[in-house]
Design a protein around this ligand. Structure first.
Ligand SMILES: C[S@@+](CC[C@H](N)C(=O)[O-])C[C@H]1O[C@@H](n2cnc3c(N)ncnc32)[C@H](O)[C@@H]1O
Length: 422
């Protein structure tokens, strides 16, 4: 056997989803492998934390292996964990939360069984598009590459979006100049598909007419072209809206929403249940009101958010929902100017849901406050655990954590944690 080819037995799965084996006591990371597999691999890189390899062949399969459902499995960079059966996958998702918490000293926090969203549930996607000699390539990036895998189907995405892939490819072929690259953001809203094409040039008249025709023929609710940040509303046939607890909120172009209906429902339930019985709530990093509006059925809410268009959308929703409790808004950069411990004297519970970087500055203020209940939502188990440590060191008890997996078969994971100040 050549020196850089190894045969290894996988014993665990790492945070990025690679199988992990041991060779002479050194961890070996093997993509597309799982516990119980015996794999033949070629060594690609030797780093301080272990050996990085590429899978040559599975010599003997784990009993928990199953056939991937996607035709693009292996080439496409998304959904790399489809070869695990549901039980193994769910166990891995839960363990990711457990391990991230342990790294910050939470050894015995109860971690609930994860909520795992079903296939065909993703309601927002960003597709890469590139005009080549043969036409437009439209799809997702290959694994660890900027090459695009041309796809006609995607088993994790809502059918209302995948049905547009083919007509979209055709219209982009007519609209794009040679070698043009763009990103197409598609979101399924309560009023239909909202689409934004991020492109490097302004739209000409003939191309605009093609896109308007496409929007009409495919019943696309709204279509924007964005050239270097400048938004061009090409076809606004219906205003894209989201529905949060019966409140209709206009969706600003490409604004953040949770990735699936099911994931949103699980997160909202955890947040609303966590705040029940507490008086006023501060919803920090509120976005367009995913949590604010359901909370406002029971509580007065202060919503704070850095994106002005998101906050304006939230306010527009509040205006047409007279049966809500009072919602006040704060337009704030919560990294530079967090809601202070003094401002938090007015509330009884805090919800925060920051971007991946976490909420270090904001959490430092919560830690100084007397707020009795905190519900933390996060799309990054590592920054979640770091911020949870700050809260725990200031006297909060982390009662439990719910993992919510909205990015099926990938290593992305959301966590919700509920804290009480004793
Ligand atoms: C993960 S999203 C959550 C939004 C909302 N809670 C939801 O579930 O739809 C994070 C939000 O934080 C906002 N954000 C990012 N950086 C921020 C900052 N420095 N200050 C305030 N808000 C920020 C984003 O605009 C986005 O709305």
């Amino acid at each position: 056997m050549a020196a850089d080819i190894l045969e290894v037995t996988i014993t665990s799965i790492g945070a990025q989803g690679d199988g992990i084996a041991s060779h002479d006591g050194v961890p070996v990371f093997v993509p597309f492998a799982m516990p119980g597999d015996v794999a033949r691999v070629i060594v690609k890189d030797k780093r301080r934390n272990g050996i990085y390899s590429e899978l040559l062949e599975i010599v003997s399969e784990s009993e928990s292996r199953r056939a991937p459902v996607c035709a693009y499995f292996g080439a496409c960079g998304g959904c790399q964990l489809q070869y695990m059966d549901a039980k193994t996958y769910s166990g891995w998702v839960k363990n990711r939360a457990v391990l991230a918490l342990k790294q910050h000293g939470f050894d015995d926090v109860p971690v609930l069984d994860p909520v795992i969203t079903p296939p065909a549930s993703r309601r927002r996607v960003a597709l890469k598009a590139l005009k080549v000699a043969a036409g437009v390539v439209l799809g997702f990036n290959e694994r660890q590459s900027h090459q695009i895998v041309d796809v006609t189907a995607c088993p994790v995405t809502r059918e209302e979006l995948t049905a547009l892939f083919e007509p979209l490819r055709r219209v982009l072929d007519a609209v794009f100049e040679a070698k043009m690259a763009a990103t197409v953001h598609m979101t399924l809203t309560a009023s239909g598909v909202d689409m934004m094409i991020d492109a490097p040039m302004a739209l000409g008249l003939a191309a605009r007419e093609r896109l308007v025709e496409f929007a009409h023929s495919q019943d696309v609710a709204s279509l924007h072209w964005r050239d270097q940040g400048f938004l061009d509303p090409v076809a606004i046939r219906r205003e894209p809206v989201m529905d949060f607890a019966g409140v209709k909120v206009p969706l600003p172009p490409a604004a953040f929403i949770q990735a699936t209906d099911e994931g949103e429902a699980a997160l909202v339930k955890a947040v609303v249940d966590g705040c029940r019985g507490f008086g006023r709530v501060a919803d920090l990093f509120s976005g367009i009101g995913t949590f604010t509006l359901p909370l406002a059925r029971e509580h007065q809410v202060m919503a704070a958010e850095g994106a002005r268009d998101a906050l304006d959308a939230l306010k527009a929703g509040v205006l047409v929902a007279p049966d809500l409790k009072q919602v006040i808004t704060r337009h704030r950069d919560l990294f530079r100017q967090p809601i202070s411990a003094t401002e938090l004297e007015k509330v009884d519970a805090v919800v925060f849901d920051p971007p991946r970087a976490g909420a270090a500055a904001q959490v430092a203020e919560v830690a100084k406050s007397d707020v009795k209940r905190v519900v933390a939502v996060s799309c990054n188990p590592n920054t979640f655990s770091r911020d949870a440590r700050t809260l725990a060191d200031s006297g909060y008890v982390l009662e439990g954590v719910l993992p919510v997996d909205q990015f099926l078969w990938s290593s992305h994971l959301e966590l919700v944690g509920t804290f009480t100040r004793l």
